[in-house]
Write a protein that binds this ligand. Structure first.
Ligand code: ZN
Length: 299
């Protein structure tokens, strides 16, 4: 098997899809397995997958009940994964009692173990295909994978999804919000250049969110991260977008000042109504990213 064939197998892993719903189970399991390869380990027990993938799905998956057994048992169909037991029954108790493990096939394992740059390329592709950049580092830390990110634009196996991105998106969104965070108004410049201010996609481009102002929000780095992790979302009410903080988000230092204080408040409007967020995008974010339910609404 060649490098190109491995890349092909990775890029064509069949992801269960229903419309634009997120299903990051297989990508997260593969990232976990790539981290194992980095530690010279081919196998990962179902017990560990259950514990760690379960936690990863809670943190980075959609806000729906999920299980680790599906990706673990279905990944062999994608020809890059094998199990320590042939066709085990689809029963968690069996997998646990018999200490069933899974891992890359021998051929793929030795290719990956002998080629760190291939491993890095595959991991980056999985990240770019399924998650916004603001959470890549969090995921790498959570799975225990060490990649040195190169300064040049990282490559993606599905070139199409990146090729279609508009390089002017950031600029247009920042102009729409007059170079200030839509939540807190942060607008620090270093010389003439705004710093720590991003153009966030409301509906992730990985799931078809377009590069248009109505799918963008100018957010400071902190609110961008919190938005992409689902700590808050937007709900439409009487012409305004209202910021809603998740019940699961809490804290002491900084929590009131940077999150709770904005709960139930309208976000700053863009300079033209033509740039208002589109509710189909905010609804997608609420459904697929936000850690429901939201905190109590006093109104
Ligand atoms: Zn902010």
């Amino acid at each position: 098997m060649t490098k190109e064939q491995v890349k092909q197998l990775f890029s064509s892993i069949t992801i269960w899809r229903r419309g634009d719903e997120r299903a990051p189970h297989k990508p997260l399991l593969l990232l976990l397995a790539l981290a194992k390869v980095q530690h010279q380990t081919q196998w990962i027990s179902y017990q560990e997958v259950k514990d760690r993938l379960g936690q990863l799905l809670l943190e980075f998956g959609p806000p729906r009940p999920t299980s680790a057994i599906d990706p673990f048992l279905r990944l062999p169909n994608d020809n890059l994964w094998k199990l320590s037991v042939d066709s085990p029954p689809f029963r968690e108790s069996f997998l646990l009692q018999n200490e069933v493990a899974g891992g890359f096939t021998d051929e793929i394992y030795s290719l990956l173990a002998g080629d760190p740059s291939l491993l890095k390329e595959l991991a980056e592709a999985l990240l770019y295909q399924h998650f916004p950049e603001s959470v890549h580092e969090d995921i790498l830390n959570a799975v225990g994978l060490k990649l040195e990110f190169s300064p040049e634009t990282p490559r993606d196996l599905s070139q199409a999804s990146r090729a279609s991105r508009d390089p002017n998106f950031r600029q247009r969104v920042l102009v729409a919000y007059e170079y200030s965070c839509a939540i807190c108004g942060f607008n620090v410049k270093l010389g003439t250049v705004p710093v720590a201010l991003d153009a966030a996609h409301i509906k992730w481009h990985q799931f078809g969110g377009p590069d248009v102002e109505s799918n963008g929000l100018a957010l400071c780095s902190l609110h961008h991260k919190l938005f992409d992790r689902g700590a808050f979302a937007l709900s439409y009410s009487d012409g305004d977008y209202i910021m809603k903080v998740a019940q699961q988000a809490y804290g002491t230092s900084g929590f009131d000042e940077w999150l709770l204080r904005f709960h139930d408040q309208a976000i700053r409007r863009p300079q033209s109504p033509a740039y208002n967020p589109d509710s189909s995008f905010t609804q997608w974010h609420w459904r697929e990213v936000f850690r429901e339910p939201s905190r109590y609404t006093s109104a």
